[in-house]
Design a protein around this ligand. Structure first.
Ligand code: GLP
Length: 262
């Protein structure tokens, strides 16, 4: 696990974009990018858009896979993750909207949602897997919508949102009761199969979750701790989000690379 601690959210966006692009460069053929929602990766997506506009990055042949989707939002709801990713990624980076995959959370029956979850796993497999998965982290340590208690081997499935998550996400909705109670989310086992993970976090509200994920035990109680199990996880955080880390000095030294003075 590489941990990069940088001064501010702008630097997080730039360093995370560099980590995403380095991961995509290793891909065989057309790249597959896993996309998180939430506010944390927005700066990273703007940076990818800037690089695409200046011609340094070409995502016009890329495929995107959302990490998760709410269940039960009316189709076209501005806060559905499909809409968010069309707006924040496809419209600005050149990733074609028709190559954006999002779990289908429109069904109301459990059977149909379970079918949609299995179909999503098939779509990821058919695309050859995810080259780079962008991740944020919930204040309770969730990854995607894998709430505390999620199986470390879980696949895409229906999950109930934790009350804390519904409260945290209420800022995106008109009324707190409008936040859906359920979602479809890639499982932790699904996420672990991506060839590179790039997690971004900023601000002191994430410091405890970041410390638990990076330095606590590998446990379903902190779903983001599965990063410790992944062979190529890059964590890019600002000073505020790094405040709870005990091995800070080591991360900073390791980030200097093999030839710090050369
Ligand atoms: C959301 C998403 C996660 C995201 C997290 C943090 O609900 N499902 O993928 O990482 O919560 O969100 P934010 O970045 O807005 O703090």
């Amino acid at each position: 696990m590489d941990v990069l601690i940088v001064p501010d959210p702008g630097a997080v966006a730039r360093e995370a974009a560099a980590a995403v692009i380095a991961g995509l460069r290793r891909a065989d053929g057309d790249v597959v990018l896993g996309l998180a929602t939430g506010s944390s990766p927005l700066g990273l997506y703007r940076e990818l858009a800037r690089l695409a506009a200046e011609g340094t990055l070409d995502l016009t042949a890329a495929t995107g896979f959302a990490l998760d989707e709410y269940v039960g939002l009316p189709s076209g709801h501005p806060q559905s993750y499909r809409k968010v990713l069309l707006r924040e990624v496809c419209a600005v980076t050149g990733l074609p909207p028709e190559r954006l995959h999002v779990p289908n959370g429109s069904a109301t029956e459990l059977d149909a949602l379970e079918w949609a979850a299995a179909a999503y796993e098939d779509e990821i497999r058919a695309a050859g897997g995810v080259d780079v998965q962008v991740l944020g982290i919930g204040g309770n340590g969730h990854l995607g919508f894998n709430e505390p208690g999620s199986s470390l081997a879980s696949r895409t499935r229906v999950k109930r949102l934790a009350e804390r998550t519904r409260r945290d996400n209420a800022r995106f909705f008109e009324r707190p009761e409008d936040v859906p109670t359920h979602c479809l989310t890639q499982g932790l086992g699904t996420i672990l199969e991506a060839r590179r993970l790039v997690l971004v976090a900023t601000g002191e509200a994430k410091a405890a979750a970041v410390a638990a994920a990076l330095e606590g035990p590998l446990t379903a109680s902190c779903p983001a701790s599965v990063l410790q199990w992944h062979p190529d996880a890059v964590v890019v955080i600002d000073e505020a989000a790094a405040a709870g880390l005990r091995h800070r000095n080591y991360y900073d030294a390791a980030a200097l690379g093999l030839h710090p003075t050369g």
